[in-house]
Design a protein around this ligand. Structure first.
Ligand code: PBG
Length: 330
């Protein structure tokens, strides 16, 4: 008598394991988030994101060249906006000579083939740290969408390949798509943060951009009226399907690890590429545990990234992108 199947035969050594491995990570999987600040010679570490930095435009050039040399060919840009340029309406977001617009041009200048995606949302520009315009204490959906469309045009004019609306207003994909088409930007893509949850994992990111919602009476304390309730699953399918119908080329689930059931649900029903954003809090957790010597940084990192891809991610936005590729190259 013997077991009908001895599954362990396919695990006997690394050669057979790699022969039958179902999920392979390559540099092509990654979208690299970049934080950009005003100034010269600035490369400042983000306190809650060890070994992750904000760059001024001059040092951004070297960073982008390094990414390219590692085979990392896509970036997702975020800007830290000086306080004196923030208001309720995101006026600075439309400045053709704003930090985002200059960052796009800088990257295209040093690395013309780099795929440049830009964050489209008001929070870095908002005095209140919200993704929308506030009217009478609430986030005004339609007024915000108008600004997001103008912001998208401005990014496209500066040379962005994709705009990535991360705001979760209703109807913004349709309005942005129509605006891009009308202005002749037919090849400018939209990566929609379609299933973005109101998550406590965004904390370090808000430190990075100084963009947390302010603590003021009459200003919503959190983003729960626009970002999704993390208890919901079916809603993610509806949100994502609507964004595809409105014109999204790529959709996204965010955060990553706690939301892999959503990724798989979507993978089974949608026919556009799915991006997963492994967010700042996920990065911070591993860095902190590794610093304490409680987790093996590289091993856990690879396990997490592989799990995200295995769940159905076609694209992974991750602060670990460089670490992963350097490890793969070893
Ligand atoms: C804001 C935005 C956030 C992130 C990306 N775009 C934060 C938020 O919604 O408050 C989070 C990314 C991260 O935590 O890594 N539009």
């Amino acid at each position: 008598m013997y077991p009908l199947r001895r599954n362990r035969r396919l695990r006997t050594n690394e050669a057979i394991r790699s022969l039958v491995r179902e999920t392979i990570i390559t540099p092509n999987d990654f979208l690299v988030p970049l934080f950009i600040v005003e100034g010269k010679g600035v490369k400042e570490e983000i306190a809650s994101m060890p070994n992750y930095f904000r760059f001024s435009l001059d040092l951004l050039e070297n960073e982008v060249k390094e990414l390219w040399s590692l085979g990392l060919k896509s970036v997702l840009l975020f800007v830290k906006v000086p306080d004196n340029l923030k208001d309720n309406k995101g006026t600075e977001a439309l400045n053709p000579n704003g930090l985002m617009q200059r960052a796009i041009k800088t990257i295209k200048n040093v690395c013309p083939d780099m795929l440049v995606m830009t964050d489209v949302a008001l929070d870095p520009y908002s005095v209140y740290g919200h993704d929308g315009i506030i009217e009478q204490g609430i986030i005004a959906n339609d007024a915000t969408v108008e600004v997001l469309a103008k912001m998208s045009i401005s990014h496209a004019q500066a040379g962005a390949n994709f705009v990535a609306p991360s705001d979760m207003m209703d109807g913004r994909i349709l309005t942005i798509r129509e605006a891009l088409e009308t202005e002749g930007f037919i090849d400018t893509g939209i990566m929609s943060y379609s299933a973005k949850y109101a998550s406590a994992f965004y904390g370090p990111f808000r430190d990075a951009l100084d963009s947390a919602p302010v603590d003021m009476v009459s200003i919503p304390k959190d983003k729960k009226t626009y970002q999704m309730d993390y208890a919901n699953r079916i809603e993610a399918i509806r949100e994502t399907q609507m964004d595809i119908d409105e014109g999204a080329d790529i959709v996204m689930v965010k955060p990553g690890l706690c939301y892999l059931d959503i990724v798989r649900d979507l993978k089974n029903v949608v026919d556009v590429p799915i991006a997963v954003y492994q967010v700042s809090g996920e990065y911070a957790m591993l860095k902190a545990a590794a610093e304490k010597g409680w987790l093996d940084h590289d091993a856990v990192m690879m396990e997490q990234i592989t799990a995200i891809k295995r769940a159905g991610a076609d694209i992974i936005a991750s602060y670990f992108a460089k670490d992963v590729v350097k490890l793969l190259n070893q």
